[in-house]
Write a new protein. Structure first.
Lengths: 115, 115
């Protein structure tokens, strides 16, 4: 069955430090992978997506993610975190199924940024 | 271009009542998805409509239902409300189903509180 695991419920990093948010997925074929960010009181905004090709994907706001098939992972990274990055981050896997396309989300990782 | 809009932003109901949530997709989008984001449970897929038909539903009881109108807007109805239905309900829209690279755009959500 298709599933997404984000092992870290919350992470705290210092402003200016690097960040890595973990995401593992389970899916039989090559998945479509997404990272979304949800700021307090806001809807979800797409940060980046992977469908095929280069396994290192660049997104908005200085984020990047790397697809590692051997590890079934799609970890999100940022070299230097800003206070405005404090939010909840969702990893998602999409798949074409009978009748169309469906996206499954991970439980989310809340990022806290300390000064 | 207007994004996905949801109404109302907040809704307070008492247990046993019915709630109706509305979603207007981005112009040109034919698919609408509903997700429930309950505290501690992450994003749970509820329903997916495309071209006026229900294409898929998540593991929710039948009292969660909805429809999609000819203009592609959508309604989510929750009957016989229970306290556990209190959550943020997110609507998303996308261009088409079964298309590689389909990306969902999210609204700001409706916060439903059942008392």
């Amino acid at each position: 069955a298709q599933s997404v695991t984000q092992p870290d419920i919350h992470i705290t990093v210092s402003e200016g430090a690097s960040l890595e948010l973990r995401c593992n997925y389970s899916y039989g074929a090559t998945p479509y992978l997404f990272w979304y960010v949800q700021s307090p009181g806001q809807g979800l905004q797409l940060l980046l997506k992977y469908f095929s090709g280069d396994t290192l994907v660049q997104g908005i706001k200085g984020f990047e993610a790397e697809f590692k098939r051997s590890q079934s992972s799609f970890n999100l990274r940022k070299p230097s975190v800003h206070w405005s990055d404090a939010a909840e981050y969702f990893c998602a896997v999409g798949a074409e199924r009978t009748g169309g396309f469906k996206t499954i989300f991970g439980a989310g990782t809340r990022l806290f940024v300390k000064a | 271009e207007a994004g996905v809009t949801q109404s109302p932003t907040h809704l307070i109901k008492t247990r046993g009542q019915q709630a109706t949530l509305r979603c207007s997709p981005i112009s040109g989008h034919t698919s609408v998805y509903w997700y429930q984001q309950a505290l501690g449970l992450g994003l749970q897929f509820l329903l997916w409509y495309d071209e006026g038909e229900e294409r898929n539903r998540g593991n929710f009881p039948p009292r969660f239902s909805g429809r999609q109108f000819p203009n592609y807007s959508s309604e989510l109805n929750v009957n016989a409300l229970e306290l556990e239905d209190s959550a943020l309900y997110l609507c998303a829209s996308s261009l088409a189903t079964g298309v590689r690279g389909t990306e969902a755009f999210f609204g700001q959500g409706t916060r439903l509180t059942v008392v």
